[in-house]
Design a protein around this ligand. Structure first.
Ligand code: PGA
Length: 247
């Protein structure tokens, strides 16, 4: 099966870029589409939905980058709910990206509410975990990552699918990529956690952090990898298409 390739545009792009990039992507024949997900800024998801309706049956999917922790309509100025994402056929949502955890104080409690809300609305979480350099250099990075995974055990909504992305903070945007052995070690940790505690849940474990056209081949060549989460390199649609074609 082809591996999942997730584009995380973060707070980049424009309406014009959405129109051009998605049209380019959908009409480039060699490109893998079925397993490709575009995580776009919330305001552009509606535009992407409309663009997709104009294209000839594109099979790539849309993802939110964040969602409100509130699951009901109400007086929550500035928020976007899971139901609103659903309205635009958004099938996935990033939860717990380190930029949310660190820059917007998304605590475990907040992440728990967000993940619960999207699951209720049949949106698949792309749950991100990852340690900073200090934790990596200590002997405790595995227990740190397991602690982040523990959140999944508190969820009360039934779920059958999840994507877990290992994104070491020291690699995001830095050009530094862990070696294959380091990635494999964490993927094995994730798979064994899921096997032990949530064996009925289908999981794809991804790697994210400085994935580029130059290293995608090697990273996607790791046997146990379920795919990659691509930040910076997803903004250049030609580069991103090449990464998709590796998978
Ligand atoms: P990067 O970002 O590919 O630019 O390192 C990855 C991410 O933060 O999801």
């Amino acid at each position: 099966m082809k591996k999942l390739i997730v584009a995380n545009w973060k707070m980049h792009g424009s309406r014009n870029k959405i129109q051009q990039d998605l049209a380019y992507y959908a009409t480039t024949p060699a490109t893998n589409q079925e397993n490709v997900i575009f995580a776009l800024p919330t305001i552009y998801l509606a535009e992407a939905y409309h663009v997709m309706n104009l294209l000839a049956n594109p099979t790539f999917k849309l993802s939110g980058q964040d969602v409100s922790r509130e699951n009901h309509y109400g007086a929550f100025t500035g928020e976007t709910s899971s139901a609103m994402l659903n309205d635009y056929n958004v099938k996935y949502c990033l939860i717990g990206h380190s930029e949310r955890r660190l820059k917007f104080n998304d605590s475990d409690l907040v992440l728990f509410s967000k993940i619960t809300s999207i699951l209720i609305n049949q949106i698949t979480p792309i749950f991100c975990i990852g340690e900073n350099l200090e934790v990596r250099n200590s002997s405790s990075y595995k227990s740190f990552l397991l602690e982040q995974l523990n959140l999944l055990l508190k969820i009360e909504v039934q779920f059958t699918n999840i994507i877990i992305a290992y994104e070491p903070i020291w690699s995001i945007g830095s050009g530094i990529v862990p070696n294959s052995g380091q990635i494999e070690e964490v993927l094995a940790l994730v798979y064994s956690f899921m096997q032990k505690y949530l064996p009925h849940v289908k999981i794809a474990a991804l790697y994210g952090g400085s994935v580029s056209v130059d290293n995608a081949d090697k990273i996607l060549g790791i046997n146990s990898i379920g795919g990659v989460l691509v930040g910076g390199a997803s903004l250049l649609i030609e580069d991103f298409s090449s990464i998709c074609d590796v998978s």
